[in-house]
Design a protein around this ligand. Structure first.
Ligand code: GLY
Length: 380
């Protein structure tokens, strides 16, 4: 079974998805080799603008020269700020480094900031652009699968507080996203697989045809080529549609959190370490959300098994027991769940599902039922 392409590719494999926000609409260009087109795209979008690139050391080693050449080729003046790789950079100190660097580079309102990298660089740079001179436009050039299908699209930007992840931030939409699908070839296989969990999420939450297509093409998406571009475009189109109808997450945008409540608790329980990558936690979290929905009689057990089999088939972890090392006990996990989501007199908000592609927001989930379920799932 094939999913309808979100947007057909041209002869060079280029696809374009539009994020339709009135007055602030922007394109997501998706295809192999697109970092080399950044100069011409930016020159067409913002003639005369200078570009301040923000990237991390690892991405700089692999892609900065290509981007600088592309900007040189279009006659665009540019500068670069290179930050340390890793989640620790998404901090007040990282924000200071980037904003002070942008001020020192004399970036003005008519200039552009370019985030070149994964989710950390995109979130940090977007937030720095949002607060610099009360708002400078920025372009996202995501270089991980997770950033291409999720964090670079939709305008959530921010840093972590010592008290929790993403607690300081702003909605600041990019003016352009350029997703070079060939850049993913340099990623470790584990990171690519983890990003794939967010691709599968779009099928599982709202598009049964996309999920069926992924069941036959998932391995190809990870391996690269035509299927990868199609999957990135389908994911971006799914996210763009949700963001267009609920930019600030007052309603439907919360559906994008499928698997994230259980997943965040496991991620936090593993110390946000290399033991469990974000996408791996989301994979287990989505399986738990389906299994819990099945236990509540909301979806069939077959749907839960189907979701789990697919994620397993691409090499993702799907059970709590798949997390290496120790985790907090069930009460400890419940405390982490309660910290992540609002609790109202023992009731929790979760994204549950009536089947493949039929997720919904459940606001009155009984904490005691979640606890009993988690206790059983620890040994499943
Ligand atoms: N990553 C979830 C969202 O953008 O809303």
């Amino acid at each position: 079974m094939t999913a309808a392409p979100a947007s057909p590719a041209d002869t060079s494999g280029l696809r374009t998805v539009r994020v339709d926000l009135s007055g602030r609409a922007y394109d997501i260009a998706i295809g192999p080799g697109l970092l080399a087109s950044l100069g011409t795209r930016i020159a067409a979008l913002r003639p005369g603008a200078r570009v301040a690139i923000v990237t991390d050391r690892n991405v700089a080693d692999t892609h900065l020269a290509t981007v600088e050449q592309a900007l040189d080729g279009a006659g665009i003046a540019h500068s670069a700020i290179v930050v340390a790789p890793g989640e620790k950079t998404k901090s007040y100190a990282g924000l200071e480094q980037v904003t002070e660097g942008l001020i020192a580079a004399r970036v003005e309102r008519r200039d552009l900031v370019l985030a070149l990298g994964g989710g950390v660089v995109g979130d940090l740079t977007g937030f720095a652009a949002a607060v610099l001179r009360r708002g400078v436009d920025f372009v996202q050039a995501p270089t991980t699968l997770l950033a291409q299908v999720d964090s670079s699209v939709g305008g959530k930007t921010g840093i972590n507080s010592p008290q929790g992840k993403n607690l300081v931030g702003a909605f600041h939409q990019p003016v352009l996203v350029v997703a070079d699908t060939a850049a993913l070839d340099t990623l470790p296989a584990r990171e690519l697989r983890a990003g794939y969990a967010e691709v599968a999420k779009y099928g599982l939450l709202g598009d049964a045809a996309l999920f069926s297509w992924l069941e036959s093409k998932g391995r190809e998406v990870i391996a690269g080529g035509e299927a990868r571009g199609e999957a990135v475009a389908a994911s971006c189109a799914a996210k763009a549609a949700i963001v267009a109808r609920d930019e600030k997450e007052t309603g439907d945008r919360a559906l994008l959190n499928l698997g994230h409540t259980f997943g965040h608790a496991l991620e936090a329980g593993a110390g946000f370490s290399h033991r469990l990558l974000h996408g791996e936690a989301v994979s287990i979290g989505m399986c738990l959300a389906f299994a819990f929905s099945a236990r509540l009689g909301l979806c069939t057990g077959q749907d839960a098994v189907r979701a789990q089999r697919h994620l397993e088939s691409v090499g993702l972890p799907t059970r709590i027991a798949d997390v290496p090392g120790d985790l907090p006990d069930t009460d400890g996990l419940m405390t982490l769940i309660a910290q992540d989501k609002k609790v109202s007199r023992g009731a929790l908000t979760f994204i549950l599902t009536r089947g493949i592609g039929e997720a919904f927001i459940a606001k009155d989930v009984d904490g005691a039922q979640v606890r009993a379920f988690l206790q059983d799932m620890r040994t499943a």
